[in-house]
Design a protein around this ligand. Structure first.
Ligand SMILES: [Zn+2]
Length: 293
């Protein structure tokens, strides 16, 4: 008896002096994390960061790395959602999509560097398949970097303009279409296409939030229709136009927190309601990807 009560007292004292664990930060779901095949520690580093930030990463994965990422996603289902990168111009693009699906991948992205505009008939079989799977598909939109300076390259930002996503969203209503970079610099086109399409969203990754850091309130003019009834259905019936944005970093593991700060600065500059911030940073993607709450 005595011994038991000592244990109990010891437990009470230990509880009293053990500092309470800090509450987990609010969840973040990031649509735009590129798998780094050159870093053998990438998954390990991602998990460490994701645990600290309470982050779930949609991990954009080259076809060659699909098995490694499929295994990691099975091991860390709360931290990694596997997305497959396919070259839309590859002859076996459809087969690659089927292979990704067989391994449990949940979407495609980041589709980019296309030879033809996104709405070209040649790409429809890939979208049809993704639509059948009910997938989320992330497209690059707007200005794109140039990889080669001395050799010719068949790349043009014009083929990846945000307004092409409108047609894809309408033809394939079971798809969730996400445009990376909000059409940089055609933000108005991006926002307007999102306004009338419930299955179309944009992220603000890339140079946009850096370029506009001194004029973040301009986004109020671009996402202008909050509480007006001039938009489509939104996740959770949210009335803010900003609910058409989702969080995407596209900045490497050491850049994710910086992008988060920039999103928050934009929220503050535009008086984005707290409930909408939660949708942008996690809620919308958690819902469309049916993530465990
Ligand atoms: Zn991109």
């Amino acid at each position: 008896m005595i011994r038991c009560s000592c244990v109990a007292v010891g437990f009470i004292i230990a509880s009293a002096i053990t500092p309470l664990a800090a509450p987990a930060p609010d969840r973040i779901v990031d649509i735009h994390v590129h798998f780094d095949e050159k870093n053998p520690q990438f998954i390990e580093n991602l998990i460490k960061l994701a645990d600290r930030l309470n982050l779930t990463a949609c991990l954009l994965t080259p076809y060659a790395d699909r098995q490694v990422v499929a295994d990691a996603a099975k091991k860390y289902p709360d931290r990694i959602v596997p997305f497959g990168y396919v070259d839309l111009d590859a002859r076996d693009a459809v087969k690659q999509v089927e292979d990704f699906h067989a391994l449990g991948f949940r979407g495609l992205g980041e589709l980019e560097f296309v030879r033809r505009p996104y709405t070209d008939a040649a790409y429809m079989p890939v979208y049809e398949l993704a639509n059948r799977y009910g997938w989320v598909v992330l497209f690059h939109t707007g200005i794109v970097l140039r990889e080669k300076f001395k050799e010719p390259e068949d790349v043009a930002s014009d083929r990846m303009r945000a307004f092409y996503l409108e047609e894809i969203a309408r033809r394939f209503p079971k798809l969730i279409v996400i445009g990376a970079h909000c059409g940089n610099p055609e933000y108005e086109w991006a926002a307007e296409t999102a306004r009338w399409n419930p299955n179309l969203f944009f992220d603000l990754s890339g140079s946009t939030l850096v370029k506009m850091r001194g004029r973040l309130s301009d986004f109020r003019r671009i996402f202008w229709w909050s509480n007006t009834g001039e938009g489509t259905d939104t996740p959770d019936g949210d009335k803010s136009a900003f609910s058409k944005l989702v969080f995407g970093s596209d900045a490497g593991l050491d850049g994710i927190e910086g992008v988060l700060q920039r999103y928050r600065a934009m929220f503050d500059a535009c008086d984005v309601p707290e409930s909408t911030r939660k949708l942008v940073l996690a809620g919308t993607l958690a819902k469309v990807l049916r993530l465990r709450r």
